[in-house]
Design a protein around this ligand. Sequence first.
Ligand SMILES: [Zn+2]
Length: 254
Amino acid sequence: MPLRQSRCFVLRTHRVAEADLVAVLFSADLGKVRGWVRGARRPRSRFGNSLGVGNEVEAGWFERETRELVRVDRCEVVVSALPLLRHPVRGAALRYLSQLMETFALEREPQPGLFRLLVACRDALLAERPPALVTAYAEAWVLRFAGLYPRPGRCACGARFDQGGARYFAAGPVFACPGCARGRAEPDASLSGATLAALADFWRMGPGQVAAPSDAEAELFEFHGRLAFAAAERPLRARSVLEAMLRPAASPSA
Ligand SMILES: [Zn+2]
């Protein structure tokens, strides 16, 4: 079997056997790949600390015809996650972005847009952009790639959302202005005009450039939580950890 080489993010690892790891990698040109890394936990392993979660690495592996796992042969760090992990909130944000990608990236299917998103959001965290904002940005795009976000823009009637806000209907999915939403079934969520304005910026700018008022950020966090939970059909643990750090004083009714 030929050696395959690719730029990857390390999304997660877990221990197997005596000294090995299974690593979930997100490859720029192959999507999500799971690999067995022999001897990765030995003291003087040639893999060193390269398999830390959130690291961007150059990895090489051998495909194995009959097995689901590839055999990782080499892994070298290109951009280390360590500077982010030393900071509690930025570290929690990066861990959550890794879990988000693991949940939504497809196995063995190239998703270059998703890979670029992860690079851009990691870089924005390194540039000390606010973790809550970077997270809201990443979630918006991941959910949009997953087809869960309505088409941005205006209501079917032509009304602008950044003025009156919008109601979200999961069946569709579609946004409708308050006028058009009247008479329909109960909406699954309501978003304010400020939130819709922030979203419009998300769709045309990078995570290093966007800004959002804190109300909009909080509304998006709540909205995305519901969408992600419904799609993943399980709670995303790293999200709860991040949420506890971002909103330590938030009351259940807030
Ligand atoms: Zn309308």
